[in-house]
Design a protein around this ligand. Structure first.
Ligand SMILES: NC(=O)C1=CN([C@@H]2O[C@H](COP(=O)(O)OP(=O)(O)OC[C@H]3O[C@@H](n4cnc5c(N)ncnc54)[C@H](O)[C@@H]3O)[C@@H](O)[C@H]2O)C=CC1
Ligand SMILES: O=C(O)[C@H]1O[C@H](OP(=O)(O)OP(=O)(O)OC[C@H]2O[C@@H](n3ccc(=O)[nH]c3=O)[C@H](O)[C@@H]2O)[C@H](O)[C@@H](O)[C@@H]1O
Length: 455
């Protein structure tokens, strides 16, 4: 029986391995992590991440051919294929701080594999990494003296949070990068076989290692660029009374542009877009490609502009002062259907509102625990309220920051009746029915559209 190990039981490692185990009943899959609490949660009914459909997949495979453990060494010793899916955050210190990828967790794993392994292994980069990381990994792994041989593959993950299970079940493609040597090809084929259990062969793309590594950074950069592009146009729409939704629809019907990822918003968040673009920027800089670096850096700059612009607009429209005013933030997660708040625009927006001495109340159906951690240093200045009606009680403004479905279904008349007047609603996701809200009496401000105001 083939044994697969995954090091790192996070947003990628957990769901991805659960799907591999579900689809390959003849393969034993173990997911390990140094975080005991996380592993305990994976072994409980209360999984450590919120992801629609995840419970069912885990329940089907866990205990059968899917196991979660903190015994990293045992896992390494027994495995034939080792996925490494540890975090690769932006470096916060030393050379490349604020831009380069921090590879310390990855390298620690490589060294631990080298230390423990006594038989040949295929080591798969699942984490998102700078181009040519595999070369460094190969050098570390194959520096051992116990005769074990390691083939390094790149197999980046393209799932999006909130739709991880659907993305894993029916991926647009699986990308596997490897060497074209006989051993390299054999390793690639072993990984192709794992995915071929449910993914059609024509969707499994094999490339050289460097193309695979670079494709992951490029895919995220292109996706984020689309969001920044439409957000830049949203600013122009607000200045000209064009409607960004109409513009996005009109351009998206061009089959060369396509309709996806053109939703103007308060800004993109998530653990990866910013990190991966900065990683790309750093790589370009280190190869002396300064113009290319600057081109991509602008995508991140535009996103920061969009986040700040949202707060500036709130301030301006609420008579240039929000000091002492209660502002209810509807949603803190970086997108709907996840409890994840990493790089959520809500973090910067909360902090900017606090700078203006506003009284901030945060509500979110899944992300309040993470919100409390993100705002630990200002926790006594923020109220966390699971009930959106209570959050909005006495508020001068509601700002919708996450497009949770439940926010469409609230009774906005009831909310309006309990708010301070004039009542403001800032829809950072263009998620609600603005005409209806205006009819109730709200002053409605959305992204890239003319405001609907009574005052
Ligand atoms: N979150 C997402 O939607 C996506 C993330 N990625 C990439 O996947 C990688 C992982 O991301 P996430 O799962 O979000 O990170 P995460 O932070 O949720 O999980 C990483 C896990 O690795 C564990 N870990 C770190 N060092 C370890 C070690 N030496 N031994 C055992 N466990 C160790 C940590 O304790 C943590 O639980 C990153 O490179 C990210 O860029 C790629 C596609 C999607
Ligand atoms: O490498 C990663 O981590 C992943 O990053 C993104 O996935 P994710 O960040 O989970 O979520 P997205 O759906 O891409 O949304 C990212 C951000 O962009 C925002 N967004 C997205 C689309 C859009 O039209 N407008 C918009 O503002 C979302 O609200 C969210 O804040 C990519 O979509 C995945 O393919 C990739 O695997």
């Amino acid at each position: 029986m083939t044994k697969i190990l995954c090091i790192g039981a996070g947003y990628v490692g957990g769901p991805t391995m659960a799907m591999i185990a579900k689809k390959n009943t003849n393969v034993q899959v173990t997911v390990v992590d140094i975080n005991q609490q996380r592993i305990d949660a994976w072994n409980s009914d209360n999984l450590p991440i919120y992801e629609p459909g995840l419970d069912e997949v885990v329940n089907e495979a866990r205990g059968r051919n899917l196991f979660f453990s903190t015994d990293v060494e045992k896992g390494i010793a027994e495995a034939d294929i080792i996925f490494v899916s540890v975090n690769t955050p932006t470096k916060t210190f030393g050379h490349g701080a604020g831009c380069a990828a921090d590879l310390q967790y990855w390298e620690k794993c490589a060294r631990q594999i080298l230390e423990v392994a006594t038989s040949d292994k295929i080591v798969v980069e699942k984490s998102t990494l700078p181009v040519r990381t595999a070369a460094a990994m190969e050098r570390i792994l194959n520096s051992g003296r116990n005769g074990a041989h390691f083939d390094v593959l790149s197999n980046p993950e393209f799932l999006a949070e909130g739709t991880a299970i659907a993305d894993l079940d029916n991926p647009d493609r699986i990308l596997i990068g490897g060497h074209s040597t006989p051993e390299g090809k054999k390793a690639v084929q072993a990984l192709v076989d794992v995915y071929a259990a449910w993914v059609p062969q024509e969707k499994i793309i094999t490339t050289n290692l460097w193309s695979s590594e670079l494709s992951k950074l490029t895919a995220n950069a292109f996706l984020a660029q689309r969001v920044s592009s439409i957000n830049s146009i949203s600013a122009l729409c607000e200045a000209t009374e064009a409607d960004v939704g109409e513009v996005a629809y009109a351009i998206g019907t061009d089959s060369r542009i396509g309709p996806k990822f053109l939703k103007a918003s308060v800004g993109f968040g998530g653990s990866c877009f910013k990190k991966d673009i900065l990683n790309l920027v750093y790589l370009c800089e280190s190869y002396g490609l300064h113009e290319v670096a600057e081109y991509w850096r602008q995508v991140v700059k535009m996103n920061e502009y969009q986040e700040r612009r949202f707060v500036d607009r709130m301030l301006k429209e609420m008579f240039n002062t929000i000091a002492g005013k209660r502002i209810a933030l509807f949603g803190f997660a970086f997108k709907a259907d996840t409890g994840d708040t990493r790089e959520s625009p809500a973090i910067l927006i909360t902090r900017e509102l606090l700078e203006e001495n506003a009284e901030v109340v945060i509500t979110d159906p899944q992300a309040l625990k993470h919100a409390e951690q993100d705002l630990a240093d200002v926790i006594d200045r923020v109220v966390f309220e699971p009930d959106p009606y209570k959050a909005a009680e006495g508020a001068h403004a509601v700002a919708l920051l996450t497009e949770w479905k439940e926010y469409k279904e609230l009774d906005y008349q009831k909310i309006f009746d309990r708010m301070a007047q004039p009542a403001f609603l800032f829809d950072g996701r263009n998620h609600l029915d603005h005409q209806e809200l205006f009819g109730i009496g709200y002053n409605v401000y959305s992204i890239g559209k003319a405001p609907l105001k009574h005052i």
